[in-house]
Design a protein around this ligand. Structure first.
Ligand SMILES: [Zn+2]
Length: 173
């Protein structure tokens, strides 16, 4: 895959929009696409426009919406996983290089939609690890190898039992 191009994502249906609004507790803003779904079928990651409808920059291109995933990731963050990841960046040149590639690819995909005129990506890339939700969303949207800490976070959330419940199987209601 060309690293500067976003994967082709599904268009957003009205049903998706309703589910994302329920997940977030508010209507989604600047929603472009459903970038990943949980195995049960509900949206897990949305792709958001680089600017909100009112023009406010929104640098987070991939946003984790599944409440269950968000809760597991929040627990990992509270356990101090990010500090340990950031420390490894200083010691592991290969990891640091992969994280730099994730940063560049993230920016290129975002700039291809609308440049924000700065080189800040998201989640602390490329020097620090500041938000695992951002990294997991990046990996779920773009696939394994897109973001080394997203890949690690995915392994960790699987070890916590995800997918289970609605994430494994949506209730047909
Ligand atoms: Zn889910």
């Amino acid at each position: 895959m060309n690293e500067t191009e976003s994967p082709q994502f599904e268009p957003v249906t009205d049903a998706d929009r309703e589910i994302v609004a329920e997940q977030l507790g508010r209507p989604p803003r600047a929603l472009r696409a459903i970038a990943a779904r949980c195995p049960g079928g509900h949206p897990a990651v949305v792709q958001t426009s680089p600017r909100l409808e009112d023009g406010t920059p929104f640098p987070t291109l991939y946003y984790l919406t599944c409440p269950r995933l968000s809760a597991i990731v929040g627990k990992l963050e509270a356990e101090g996983v990010m500090r340990e990841m950031t420390e490894r960046l200083a010691e592991d040149a290969e990891l640091a290089a992969a994280y730099q590639r994730a940063h560049k690819s993230y920016l290129a995909q975002r700039d291809a939609i609308e440049p924000l005129g700065h080189q800040v990506s998201a989640g602390g890339m490329p020097g620090r690890v500041k938000c695992l939700h951002v990294h997991l969303a990046h990996t779920l949207a773009c696939g394994p190898g897109a973001n080394p800490f997203g890949d690690e976070t995915l392994r960790l959330v699987r070890a916590e039992g995800w997918p289970a419940g609605d994430c494994a199987q949506d209730n047909p209601q």
